[in-house]
Design a protein around this ligand. Sequence first.
Ligand code: ATP
Length: 343
Amino acid sequence: MAKKELLKVDGLKQYFPIKGGMMGRTVNHVKAVDDISFTIYEGETVSIVGESGCGKSTTGRAILRLEEPTEGTVTFNGHELTSLSKREMRKLRKDLQIIFQDPYASINPRQTVADVLDEAMTIQKVLPAKERRKRIIELLETVGLNEYQADRYPHEFSGGQRQRIGIARALSVNPKLIICDEAVSALDVSIQAQVLNLLQELQKDFKLTYLFISHDLGVVRHISDRVIVMYLGKIVEIGDKYSIFENPKHPYTKALLSAIPVPDPTREKKHIVLTGDVPSPIDPPTGCRFHTRCPFAQEKCKVDVPELSTHASMINGHEAACHFVEEIENGTLQAEGFEEAVF
Ligand SMILES: Nc1ncnc2c1ncn2[C@@H]1O[C@H](COP(=O)(O)OP(=O)(O)OP(=O)(O)O)[C@@H](O)[C@H]1O
């Protein structure tokens, strides 16, 4: 069956102005997201990974127009979100929900759980008032809570339970796409696994599509169908989970992955250590943004911006933005102090 495109991000840029001087004029910009394009198909889970500050959250916020994108388009289910009025966008927000790392921060502590869910449904006119209580109980049960907890306050719940409330709130308006921004990052590993499993069950039951934002490669490996790797506001590699984890092509992806434990201890693992700090997104390096930290960098990398492209050893839409994918692959380009890790 043909895959249905649900979200298409095209040439998205999100620059934040930096004000300075006596007049408070814009003196520069933080190029948090700098010309990225990708598509998400109905029913899949796409993750964005990368080090802190690479633009993951900004991408999620720009899609929802919680920030107004500087450039580019976001098309959701046939609607170009970037050209909708605020009112039209408010209506569509029902289809696009977000779950944050700390649901407590976005829940009014003086509201009971029932109030929180009722409010979400009222704003989006989901059900008549008299039917909402029944729906609230149903929602709580769906996320593994129970009706006796409906009239409790957020502080009476554990972190994992609060995240379940956040999920119930998102579900209450029957969304199509949920952006999970570091949704399990603050939870203990065992609770993380429970919440991830819940998200997977809900995906099946309610035909949900997820954009999963996480710096945790273990979580990404567990949950994703496809993975987008970002570095300093750009996509450096994109592909299905197996391509990214078993056959990474971009030196940055290889380095990120070499920092996580290998599940099979009989497989040898050599580390590619990411040296130096991430450069500033205010004045990112020319050419390939990763060249200042890349053990394979050549003169060309300092000048030419690499485009995402595919090569003979890459399958299923796997693309990397590196000038030397083939040379690194066949060993004609070697780097001092760099040994290919066994993934
Ligand atoms: N409102 C803002 N104004 C100015 N700069 C911002 C703003 N929001 C984000 N940034 C900057 O944009 C860059 C990308 O931030 P973003 O939060 O998207 O990164 P991230 O990959 O999600 O990292 P983290 O996991 O640490 O949140 C960072 O340099 C950040 O400081």
